[in-house]
Design a protein around this ligand. Structure first.
Ligand SMILES: [Ca+2]
Length: 405
């Protein structure tokens, strides 16, 4: 009998989707707006929280697979994060679940009687660069233990760019209280990321077509109102509210620095979801006092297809899928890192130096650099790959400076 019971239990586990929840500690959603950016939820860590336990404590996970049933989970790994330090990651592979679900806490029917009055927004992106793109099917479930009660409301298709999506439940006429995000398997492996989940009954459209441009000390933002009557902006931790224009410029910024910005609309006293982005300020243009300017690449990490040198420089390659030039660990002129370029397969490669200020006449400048050629017949060279020619830019000097390489 024990064996029969065990077999029946196993059969029941296979037949029923695996449900994970900690509902006894949780209240239903009884105050809107509801927001979860997952920053305060347990995340997976090696030797710490398991993937299975890395899940919002008041949400419900449903995974109908029989292996890797810990998807989706909360991750803080760089490739799995959209905003902040944590996001929810769905992942699928041919033998994994047919469907992975993340259910919000149930909406309190005593406070919000009709789901059809609500609006959900979230950020999402996929790891895939080409079709088939994964999708999130947003719907409502009557029973969190029964996936056949899932009623789809809208489908959003993910791309490799983090995008703010919104879903209206206006066409939902059922009685379910569990808002669910379902991620079905597609014919190729993928990860799908979810962040900044926002549920409201007072929807305000976010601004549209947000653009950001940065000089070395200014950031200019512009957007379309999209129904908003005023706007709020966050730059890192500084908030500016009550903006009635559809543009704003921050000045006095630090050059060559990554800034995080966000813009939200305000309509009838309600704030929209935040449109978020990051941008790096440029380097200041080289002026007379910056000369002589030297770049020996010694401060940067090296490696094939790595471009971790100063962002004041830019580069290009005639081959769209190849990423030359790159910093290589070659000894030239007594140091250890140089810029490797000159693959025989490329029609051209280029590297541009930090921009020169308009106050300088470029025809008065002189560019010096040390260069050394490494070829295949010199296998002892530490350069990678060994058959590339390498040039090292050593010094740019104003014409009054002596050549000194
Ligand atoms: Ca987050």
């Amino acid at each position: 009998m024990k064996t029969l019971f065990k077999n029946l239990l196993m059969l029941a586990m296979i037949m029923m989707p695996l449900v994970s929840s900690s509902q006894e500690e949780c209240q239903p959603i009884n105050t809107l707006p509801y927001f979860n950016d997952f920053e305060n939820e347990p995340h997976y860590s090696i030797g710490g929280t398991s993937r299975y336990d890395a899940f919002p404590v008041c949400w419900i996970r449903i995974n109908d697979g029989t292996s890797s049933i810990y998807y989706p989970y909360i991750s803080n790994e760089d490739d799995n994060v959209i905003n902040g330090n944590k996001s929810m990651v769905f992942y699928n592979y041919s033998s994994y679940a047919l469907n992975e679900y993340a259910l919000l806490p149930p909406v309190d029917s005593n406070v919000y009687n009709s789901i059809s009055d609500l609006h959900l927004s979230f950020y999402a992106k996929s790891s895939r660069l080409s079709a088939p793109f994964p999708m999130f099917i947003v719907g409502v479930m009557e029973q969190y233990t029964d996936t056949s009660s899932f009623a789809p409301v809208d489908t959003v298709y993910l791309t490799n760019t983090a995008t703010l999506f919104s879903v209206s439940f206006a066409n939902y006429s059922g009685t379910g209280k569990y808002i669910a995000i379902r991620c079905p398997r597609v014919p190729s492996s993928f990860s799908a990321l979810l962040d900044d989940v926002y549920l409201t009954d007072q929807w305000c459209e976010p601004p549209a077509n947000l653009t950001a441009t940065a000089s070395h000390n200014e950031l200019s933002l512009s957007w379309e109102a999209n129904g908003g009557t005023s706007f709020a902006i966050v730059l890192n931790n500084n908030t500016v509210a009550g903006i009635t224009d559809t543009f704003y410029t921050f000045s006095g910024l630090t050059e060559n620095t990554v800034y995080q910005y966000a813009v939200a609309a305000v309509c009838n006293g309600e704030t929209s979801p935040w449109l978020r982005g990051t941008i790096r300020t440029e380097c200041h243009p080289l002026a007379y006092d910056d000369l002589p300017y030297t770049e020996d690449f010694e401060a940067y990490s090296y490696g094939y297809h790595v471009w971790d040198i100063s962002p004041c420089w830019h580069k290009g390659d005639s081959r769209p899928t190849v990423n030359y030039p790159y910093p290589a660990n070659c000894v030239v002129a007594g140091d250890t890192v140089g810029l490797s370029m000159g693959s025989s397969n490329a029609a051209y490669e280029w590297a541009t130096l930090q921009r020169v200020d308009n106050s300088l006449d470029v025809s008065n400048l002189e560019l010096d650099f040390a260069r050394e050629r490494h070829r295949r017949e010199r296998p002892h060279t530490p350069c990678r790959p060994p058959d590339v020619e390498r040039h090292v830019t050593r010094r740019i000097a104003h014409h009054i400076d002596a050549r000194s390489v």
